[in-house]
Ligand binder design. Structure first.
Ligand code: CTP
Ligand code: MG
Length: 373
């Protein structure tokens, strides 16, 4: 498709008040500009123009180069959003153009595609989302009307246009509009809509930034495996629960394979090595320690790196004990210990290998961590 993307990113971000252009503000270790480029890269337009803040052009250019594999051009920002759009559109050579706000950096590539596809039967296409609040019209502090929200939509970007139509509209603009569809409408163009995305909200104020950091903070996954064989004595502790009908598992600690697999998954997600490198035999204070102690220590380590646990999934590989009857109890206990949802499944090895004949218990765990900010 002959589609260009113009990414407008030249605003000051006055309402956000970060002291730097909004597009350079970071969420989860990546700037809004970089987040926006990630979706555009997947969409893969025929041309990309980034409209950059005039005082920060080298930094914008560097970020685009590092995060976008195709060719691109940089246009300087204007004094208003519309001026920035005009500067960007001036460089467009494609027949169709999508104008996108860097401030809506979480719009997905699928939204770009859906707007671009709808341009086959419309001159102007915008994504919209329904209004869920009841909307009032006011005069000062007085409510003068209640609007029918079923007929209202919130407008998003990317907004799609026939380039020639948008270019002439910008040249003949009678006023400064907050979106390009409003400019086109003022000139009598019909506007089509496609369903927008809740995630494509605009980052305008500090609370929008807080929301983005909550929702889109960087995730990291980790994996851990552990296996211990049964001893001849004692009482099994597995998944921080006691199983009196089975003997203890052997090990430097209490042999709790589930707890150890969880610890390894958490450490690996945080890039902190593994259970041996953190709590190995050179740390005698952990000899015989319970799985709960290992998990508690691990949570301190990952918190110090700025991570919070999103969830953990465990799969036990063993003939015995049978997990099913105590699955709910296990999940509740482990969720309390980890401080996040832990799900537990189980399987056997169909008589194969060392885990057959009830010789021991292995567990595999994955962990998803989130880093805020
Ligand atoms: N924008 C632009 N040039 C301008 C003004 C805005 O390229 N002169 C861009 C912004 O970078 C943003 C989008 O238009 O991606 C939507 O604008 P808005 O959310 O209002 O961003 P800012 O203008 O930066 O914020 P504020 O109005 O709070 O200063
Ligand atoms: Mg603005």
């Amino acid at each position: 498709m002959n589609v260009a993307v113009v990414l407008v990113a030249a605003g000051n971000g006055e309402r956000l008040g970060a002291g730097i252009p909004k597009a350079l503000v970071e969420v989860g270790g990546k700037s809004l500009l970089e987040h926006a480029l990630a979706a555009i890269q997947i969409f893969n337009p025929a041309q990309l123009v980034v409209v950059a803040h005039e005082d920060h052009i080298p930094e914008f250019e560097m970020q685009v180069r590092a995060n976008y594999a195709g060719e691109f051009s940089i246009a300087p920002g204007g004094t208003s959003r519309q001026g920035s759009v005009a500067n960007g559109v001036a460089l467009v050579t494609q027949e169709l153009v999508l104008i996108h706000d860097a401030a809506r950096c979480f719009a997905t590539a699928a939204l770009f595609t859906s707007v671009a596809e709808a341009l086959s039967h419309a001159d102007v296409v915008i994504p919209v989302v329904p209004v869920s609040d009841t909307v009032k019209r006011v005069s000062g502090s007085t409510i003068v009307a209640s609007e029918d929200r079923n007929t209202l939509r919130l407008s998003q970007t990317p907004q799609g246009f026939k380039t020639s139509a948008l270019r002439s509209a910008l040249a003949n603009a009678s006023a400064d509009f907050t979106d390009d569809a409003a400019l086109m409408q003022s000139l009598g163009f019909a506007i089509e809509s496609v369903p927008g995305e809740a995630g494509a909200f605009k980052l305008t104020t500090g609370s929008d930034l807080d929301r983005a950091r909550q929702d889109f903070g960087t995730r990291a996954t980790g994996i851990g495996t552990d296996a211990h064989k049964f001893s001849d004595s004692g009482e099994l502790v597995l998944g921080c629960l006691n199983w009196p009908e089975l003997p203890k598992l052997e090990g430097h600690s209490d042999g709790d394979s589930i707890a150890h697999a969880i610890v390894d998954a958490l450490l690996s997600a945080a890039g902190l090595g593994d259970i041996g490198s953190n709590f190995g035999v050179d740390r005698p204070e952990f000899a015989g320690a319970s799985g709960e102690v290992f998990i508690a220590e691990t949570l301190k380590l990952i918190a110090a790196k700025g991570f919070a646990v999103e969830n953990v999934a465990v799969q036990v590989v063993a003939d015995k004990p049978k997990i099913g009857p105590r699955r709910a109890e296990l999940e509740t206990r482990l969720s309390q210990v980890v401080g996040a949802r832990v799900s537990v499944g189980a399987t056997t090895t169909d008589g194969l290998g060392f885990l057959a004949d009830s010789k021991g218990v292995a567990a595999v765990a994955t962990a998803l961590l989130k880093v805020l900010g």
